[in-house]
Design a protein around this ligand. Sequence first.
Ligand SMILES: N[C@H](CCC[C@H](N)C(=O)O)C(=O)O
Length: 286
Amino acid sequence: MPHPLDNRPILRMNGAGNEILVLDLRGLDHVLAPQEARAIAAAPGLRFDQLMAVHDPRAEGDDAFMRIYNVDGSRSGACGNGTRCVAYALAREGKERLLLATDAGRIETRREAETLFTVDMGEPRLDWREIPLARQADTRAVALDPPVEGAPAHFSAVSMGNPHAVFFVPDARAVALETLGGKLERHPLFPERANISFAQILARDDILLRVWERGTGATQACGSAACATLVAAVRAGLSERRARLRLPGGDLTIDWRTDNHVLMTGPVEFEFEARLTAALFEDAAT
Ligand SMILES: N[C@H](CCC[C@H](N)C(=O)O)C(=O)O
């Protein structure tokens, strides 16, 4: 029985350095299983931060439905950089604006320039139950309890359709991200785990950010974390509603508009196209 993904093209792109694979599954009735996503990540040269599976639209007016996979095969409701890469891929079909749906809601994208795309990530979710957190808390300043050695005592919690914990620190580059990230991602406060951000305020419109991503680890950029960090900084009185977020892989401009929508603008790069093979999935069948 041939594998439905045999000889299927897959695009390798990056959004501000966030390594993204875009897999067009439109016209195919196949939902990528977590083990299939992990098998793709294990293939030479195809490791990714996120894989964006693009499916036929489910509702009138949508351009596509997206499933978002982390490198461990876990799913996410949001991926800002990955969505911008999908917008770039579909722009080749002449679509400069898109309405994309995920499990967490609808996202609009707009092309600003050849390789510059804006994503409207929608409204931030700020109630502890929406993050979600394991107990009631004021999400502007949540006590890290039990404490984690080397981590600040408090963080801000924001969901952009996926869970984020934002720690404000004096020097983001000095943070032991590889040591702290995994411990905090799986802290008992986060029933669905969390993306972990360490943010340094450089100015009221300029923030340095490093991110440990849920289900993936340290990455060069994380779009939804940049959005969550800006929202957290505004709520803490540390930032204007529009700021530059500086990530190791590139800068993102985040704008928390007065209509409560959070917009992210940043670069995308096309890297290469590859072909999947049935052999790639042989072990994944188990
Ligand atoms: N690791 C995230 C998904 C990808 C987020 C990030 N790459 C972005 O650009 O938003 C999560 O599990 O919630």
